[in-house]
Design a protein around this ligand. Structure first.
Ligand code: M6R
Length: 618
C-alpha cells in the first residue's frame, strides 16, 4: 500500500517520478506528491489529493525542476485524502522531505512530545511526525560530520524510536543529490542505473530505466548518489545484498491495446497458465517436478498435514488447493486466512508443511503468518508471483507462478496460476502416494489442454457482456457452487463486489435452503457454477429451487449439458475437463462477468475505490 519512487541522477526527475508513480498507482490512489531539490533555497514540493492526473495537471501550471527527488502515491491510513495529508511531508525546518509506506504505531506520543517542544504540524499523518522526528535528530547532529552523514545518523536515530512498519525515502536540502531509504515490513527496491540510481516500492516503477535491482531486506538502510550506493544495517552494521536482473520487460507492465489491465490479464491466462506448468511436468514419472520446494523425496513422503495461508483471492486459490491435495494426495489440508493464522496459534506438528500463497509476495498478513510459522521452527514454502518479493525471499523454498506483472487490482491471472501450481503440488504428492501412473498421465494431459480450453472460453466474452448488461440494476448477486467450485463461487463474488460495488456473496449451493434462499427474488440473480460432474444433479435441484422463487439464474456448465437451457435464464458453456481442474475453467466466465458488469456501470475496474493492489498494512 502506497507507492514510493525516488531518483537521483543527471536527468530531470519529475517525468521519471511521475512515470514511476503511474506504475505504482495500483498501490494507492488517494493522493500523490513529489519533492525535488534543484539548488534553490527551498524544497520544490507539489502534492494533490485524488488521482495522479490531478498532480500532473498541477505540475503543468506550477512545474518543479531538479535531478534529485522523492515521490509518493497514497492509500490513506492516518487522515483523509486531502492535499495536506498527501506525501511528501517536510520537517519543522521545511528543509527535509520524506515519503513513507507503512504505519507508525506510536506516532501519537511522539507527536504530543514534539507539540510540547513547539513543533507545528500541517497534516494528520503519522508520516509527518516521522519527518519532524528525523529533522529533530538531524538538528541534534549539528556540527557532527557532513550533511550526508548527519542525515544518515538522524534517520537511524529516529527509526530507533518508532514502532511500526515502514519503507521510506528521505532527502535534505543541505545534501543535494543524496537520498536515504530504509525498510521494515514495507518493500523497497534499489534500481542501479548509469550515473543515476533509483528507489521504489516495486521494480515496475523503474524497469523502463534499469533492470538491475537490489531488493532490500527488513532493517536495511540505503544511501544513494547518482554514481554510488551503500547498504547497511539500520544499526550501522554490514548488510548482505545481491544485485538481481529483473526478468520481465517494461512492455509486460503496459496496457497495450486493451482498455483495462484487468481485461488484459484475463486474456493473458492461456499463456500465464502455461507458464505455471512449463518445464514442470514429467511424462516419464506422470508427475510434476517442483525443484524449488527444496524438499527431498523422503521429506515429501513424511508430510502428513498441509496448511495453506493466503488472503482474498489467494485464500480462494488455497481452498481449491485443499480440495486438490486431499483428493489427489489424501493428505489432510487446512486453509487459513493469513491474518487469522498469525494470531490463532494453530497446533502444528513437525510433519506439517506450511505454504503461504501471495501474488505480490508483500501482503503483510501473509508475511506475518510466514514469520510466525518459521518462528515456531517450521519450514514454510511460498507460492508467489513477484520475484524477489519479501515472501519469496523469506520462504524456505517454493514455487514461482511466472504469471508476469499483475497490475489490475482485481486478481485474475494470479488465481489461475496459483490453482495450476497447487494442482502440480497435489499431483506430485499424490504420485508419491496413491495415484497410479495412468491417473497421473490423465492429469498431465488435462493440465496441458488447459490453455486452449481457456482460449475457447475467452471467445465468449461478448456473450457474457450481453448477460452482464441484463442485470445492471440488480442490487446484488448470489454465487453458488459445490465441492471444487465452492471456492470458485467465493472468488466470483469477490470479483463482482470489489469492482462494481454491488453486494455479492458466494456459497456452497446446498447452503441455499439454510438461509440464503431468503435473498432470492426477481431482481437478485444467482450465478451457478454447475459443470457436468458428480454433483450436477444436485446443483440442478438447487437451480430449480431458485427458479421456483422467480430468481433469475446464470448457469456455467459443461458443453453438451443442454438440459441447462431448460431451467437457467442464461447458460455459459465451458469445455469438459477433470472435476479437480474445473475451477480453472469455470472462473474465467466469472471474471468476464464482473469485468463487463463493472465497465457497463462506469466503474474504474483497475482502481476500484478504497482498495490497493498490494496490502502492506494490517
Ligand atoms: O498479493 P496477494 O496475493 O497476497 O494479495 C491478496 C489479496 O489482497 C488479493 O487477492 C485481493 O483480495 C484482490 N484484490 C482480489 O481481487
Amino acid at each position: 500500500m502506497c507507492g514510493i519512487v525516488g531518483y537521483v541522477g543527471t536527468r530531470e526527475a519529475t517525468p521519471i517520478l511521475l512515470e514511476g508513480l503511474k506504475k505504482l498507482e495500483d498501490r494507492g490512489y488517494d493522493s500523490a506528491g513529489i519533492a525535488l531539490i534543484n539548488g534553490g533555497d527551498a524544497i520544490e514540493l507539489r502534492k494533490k489529493s485524488g488521482r495522479l492526473d490531478n498532480l500532473r495537471r498541477h505540475l503543468v501550471n506550477d512545474p518543479a525542476r531538479g535531478a534529485c527527488g522523492i515521490s509518493h502515491t497514497r492509500w490513506a491510513t492516518h487522515g483523509p485524502p486531502t492535499d495536506e495529508n498527501a506525501h511528501p511531508h517536510t520537517d519543522q525546518s521545511g528543509l527535509l522531505a520524506r515519503v513513507h509506506n507503512g504505519v507508525i504505531e506510536n506516532y501519537q506520543p511522539l507527536r504530543d512530545g514534539m507539540l510540547a517542544r513547539g513543533h507545528t504540524f500541517k497534516s494528520q499523518t503519522d508520516t509527518e511526525v516521522l519527518a519532524h522526528l528525523i529533522g529533530e535528530c538531524y538538528e541534534a547532529e549539528a556540527g557532527a560530520g557532513t550533511p550526508e552523514t548527519r542525515l544518515i545518523a538522524a534517520v537511524r536515530k529516529a527509526l530507533g524510536q518508532i514502532t511500526g512498519a515502514y519503507g521510506i525515502a528521505v532527502m535534505h536540502l543541505d545534501a543535494p543529490g543524496f537520498l536515504v531509504g530504509a525498510r521494515l515490513g514495507s518493500p523497497l527496491v534499489v534500481g542501479l542505473g548509469k550515473n543515476e540510481n533509483f528507489l521504489a516500492s516495486d521494480v515496475t516503477a523503474i524497469i523502463s530505466h534499469t533492470s538491475r535491482a537490489i531488493y532490500l531486506n527488513d532493517h536495511d538502510l540505503v544511501y544513494l548518489t547518482a554514481s554510488d550506493f551503500n547498504i547497511e544495517n539500520i544499526e550501522g552494521g554490514t548488510a548482505a545484498y545481491e544485485v538481481s536482473q529483473v526478468e520481465f520487460t517494461a512492455e509486460a507492465a503496459e496496457l497495450g491495446d486493451y482498455p483495462h489491465f484487468m481485461l488484459k490479464e484475463i486474456f493473458e491466462q492461456p499463456v500465464s497458465i502455461e507458464n505455471a506448468f512449463r518445464g514442470r511436468l514429467s511424462d516419464e514419472e506422470a508427475s510434476a517436478k517442483l525443484g524449488g520446494l527444496n524438499l527431498s523425496p523422503s521429506e515429501l513422503r513424511d508430510i502428513d498435514r498441509i496448511v495453506l495461508c493466503g488472503c482474498g483471492t489467494a485464500f480462494h486459490a488455497a481452498m481449491v488447493g485443499e480440495y486438490l491435495i486431499e483428493t489427489l494426495a489424501r493428505i489432510p489440508t487446512e486453509v487459513e486466512i493469513s491474518s487469522e493464522f498469525r494470531y490463532r496459534n494453530l497446533p502444528l506438528d513437525k510433519n506439517t508443511l506450511v505454504f503461504t500463497i501471495s501474488q505480490s509476495g508483500e501482503t503483510i498478513d501473509t508475511l506475518a503468518a510466514l514469520r510466525e510459522a518459521r518462528r515456531k521452527g517450521h519450514r514454510v514454502l511460498g507460492l508467489v508471483n513477484s520475484v524477489g518479493s519479501t515472501i519469496a525471499r523469506e520462504s524456505d523454498g517454493g514455487v514461482y507462478l511466472h504469471a508476469g506483472p499483475e497490475i489490475g487490482v482485481a486478481a485474475t491471472k494470479s488465481f489461475t496460476s496459483q490453482v495450476t501450481t497447487l494442482a502440480l503440488l497435489a499431483l506430485l504428492l499424490g504420485r508419491m502416494r496413491h495415484l497410479s501412473l495412468a491417473e497421473g498421465r490423465t492429469i498431465l494431459e488435462e493440465i496441458r489442454a488447459l490453455p486452449d480450453k481457456v482460449r475457447q472460453i475467452l471467445t465468449l466474452s461478448d456473450h457474457i457482456k450481453r448477460i452482464a448488461e441484463c442485470y445492471l440494476d440488480c442490487p446484488g448477486m448470489l454465487y453458488l457452487g459445490r465441492q471444487f467450485n465452492y471456492p470458485t463461487a467465493l472468488e466470483g463474488a469477490l470479483k463482482m463486489k470489489e469492482i462494481s460495488y454491488i453486494y455479492a456473496s458466494g456459497h456452497a449451493s446446498a447452503e441455499l435452503k439454510h438461509g440464503i434462499i431468503a435473498l432470492v427474488s426477481e431482481t437478485c440473480p444467482s450465478v451457478f457454477i454447475a459443470p457436468k460432474d458428480t454433483l450436477l444433479e444436485k446443483n440442478i435441484s438447487n437451480i430449480e429451487e431458485v427458479k421456483a422463487r422467480k430468481g433469475p439464474v446464470i448457469a456455467i456448465t459443461t458443453e453438451g449439458c443442454t438440459e441447462m437451457e431448460r431451467i437457467a435464464d442464461h447458460v455459459i458453456y465451458i469445455p469438459p475437463t477433470l472435476e479437480c481442474l474445473s475451477p480453472l475453467l469455470a472462473v474465467i466466465p466469472l471474471q468476464l462477468l464482473s469485468y463487463h458488469f463493472a465497465v457497463a456501470k462506469g466503474c474504474d475496474v483497475d482502481k476500484p475505490r478504497n482498495l490497493a493492489k498490494s496490502v502492506t498494512v494490517e
